[in-house]
Design a protein around this ligand. Structure first.
Ligand code: ZN
Length: 540
């Protein structure tokens, strides 16, 4: 026995597009145009022009049809644009709302043109598409009937916000009813279509839940992004599972998506299944995430930000102090763009837990003012002993980031062994000349003298230069760069004090460095050092 079907509403757009143009400025020499009135296509070469949003485009929508002589008027006519290879552009379309015992359909049928490589556009083909609201399984299906073979897609709430950018697969030709199509002249019919659909949906859902299901309506409008009514259709798919929850608005779907991680989605399979088994939305959310002890302030939070469910476990793990938990949620909401997912990230939690132990009540100010994600990235790259060093150093909140940069740099350079330069190291006249042996030694000189000597690692290893650190009273005071000469000896090409000041600005060091240099057959070859100063001293 076949269930009785009833058509609740139907309307037709006999000419949705006047012509279809293969659009983008592809390198294809020809652009194909389909003229709907002639039901035929032709191709020709058109000049390109540059459009700031679309790149190079063709002027193909200005054409004279070779079949009927029609001169196109793109500002008044409806031009369908094939932009992606997979685009199918409807030429005519009939919308119907069909009601049956267990489901309500939004059906679309008509003719479409598709692009076949470089060929002319083929004769329009029939299409049958159905968006089915199945009240038995509480699912929404998109059924695309291609030559009698049905392709079925189930609206996937887990990925619902990720899919809103790729609507075609879910709303079919509805997606092509955009501002540049004739749909713009059928606003009253579209309003009626969606009103009939919505009222029937509300009636069916209310019969299931026993209460009036609200917030189904969402404004239907022509928009290039979504086509007619797509937002409401997604909200209906959502409301079938969570009829008592908040409506799936754009900000909510953004939050549910953005606050979730691949491994921990706010709306996960468990939450959805609980919703389908008639649990209330918040109950499904809490149970679906195994939150065993929910404090009243967290429940209030959930009502404001359902996406915050993914942060609860981490926050409870970080602190058992209810005031601090509340502050952590507060800071999360104020700094969403930075702290997104922080309480749901294993590496971040390891760092924050230790931070709270070492810095006590400074965690909130740190998160509010000084947190950056590369702090987590850098910390998790540190070896255990360097992690320990970091906590021992206990930098000020605002220096946490830079201190991690330093430690990580040292770690990276520590194992680089530098070429040996024998015989240059010595202690004389109260100065100590040292040759760095590892990358870490170079980093130390660079940090002490505030210069970039660490970037010389490769040059040193290739034998192109020798770096000499100069210490006084066991502190670095200068840094020298030598260029080895073939055979024997070297040139002194740089001699810098703190912050790249030239050595000659300190007479004592200038003269002691020169005396060391001459003894080792190193010829000064830089204005960093003053030879006259040295001669004067010798002469004196
Ligand atoms: Zn024509």
């Amino acid at each position: 026995m076949v269930d009785a079907m009833e058509i609740l509403y139907s309307f037709e757009i006999p000419k949705l597009h006047d012509s279809v143009v293969r659009y983008q400025g592809w390198q294809a020499p020809k652009t194909v145009i389909y003229h709907a009135d002639c039901d035929a296509s032709f191709s020709a070469t058109w000049p390109e022009y540059y459009h700031p949003g679309n790149g190079y485009c063709t002027r193909a929508h200005y054409y004279v049809c070779p079949f009927c002589g029609h001169r196109s008027n793109p500002s008044r006519e409806h031009v369908g644009l094939i932009i992606n290879k997979s685009d199918a552009i409807p030429i005519d379309i009939i919308f119907s709302i069909v009601s049956c015992k267990d489901w309500v359909d939004l059906q679309m049928q008509g003719h479409q043109v598709v692009l076949m490589g470089d060929q002319l556009i083929k004769q329009p083909k029939r299409f049958y598409q159905t968006i089915r609201f199945d009240f038995k399984s509480l699912r929404v299906l998109f059924i695309d009937d291609v030559k009698g073979e049905k392709k079925v897609k189930i609206y996937d709430l887990e990925h619902i916000s990720g899919t809103t950018n790729n609507l075609y697969g879910y709303v079919g030709m509805l997606h092509q009813c955009r501002t540049r199509s004739a749909a713009i002249n059928y606003a009253p019919q579209f309003r009626m279509l969606f009103k009939v659909l919505r009222l029937e949906f509300e009636k069916r859902m209310s019969a299931i839940t026993g209460y009036r299901v609200k917030d189904v309506y969402q404004a239907t409008g022509v928009s290039n992004e979504h086509g007619y009514g797509a937002g409401m259709i997604f909200n209906m798919a959502w409301r079938m599972v969570f009829p008592d929850g908040p409506a799936l608005t754009k900000p909510l779907s953004f939050q549910l998506w953005e606050w979730s991680r691949a491994g921990n989605k706010a709306i996960n399979a468990d939450v959805i299944n609980l919703g389908r088994r008639y649990h209330s939305f918040y109950d499904a959310l809490i149970r679906g995430h195994n939150i065993t002890y929910l404090k009243p302030f967290m429940r209030r939070w959930l009502h404001k930000n359902p996406g915050s469910i993914t942060a609860f476990k981490g926050i409870v793990m970080l602190s058992d102090d209810i005031n601090e938990q509340r502050l952590l949620l507060d800071v999360l909401s104020r700094k969403q763009h930075i702290l997104l997912r922080i309480f749901d990230d294993a590496q971040a939690l390891v760092f924050l837990k230790r931070f709270r132990k070492e810095y006590k009540n400074q965690l909130i100010p740190f998160l509010s003012n000084h947190f950056e994600w590369d702090i987590i990235t850098m910390y998790s790259q540190l070896e255990a002993e360097n992690k320990a060093t970091f906590w021992e150093t206990h930098p000020k909140l605002r220096d946490v980031h830079d201190e991690l940069v330093n430690i990580l740099n040292k770690q990276r350079f520590e194992y680089v062994e530098l070429l040996k330069a024998d015989g240059l190291a010595e202690k004389s006249n109260g100065l100590e000349f040292v040759i760095p042996e590892t990358g870490a030694d170079l980093v130390n000189i660079g940090v002490a003298l505030k210069n970039c000597v660490r970037s010389y690692t490769n040059k040193i290893q290739q034998g192109q230069c020798i770096i000499v650190g100069v210490k006084k009273a066991n502190k670095f005071v200068a840094c020298l760069e030598l260029k080895p000469l073939q055979g024997n000896g070297a040139l002194l090409v740089q001699a810098k004090l703190y912050a790249n000041k030239s050595v000659h600005t300190n007479k004592t060091i200038n003269n002691k460095v020169l005396s060391w240099a001459y003894r080792h057959r190193i010829a000064p070859n830089t204005s960093d050092i003053d030879v006259k100063l040295f001669e004067k001293q010798k002469g004196a």
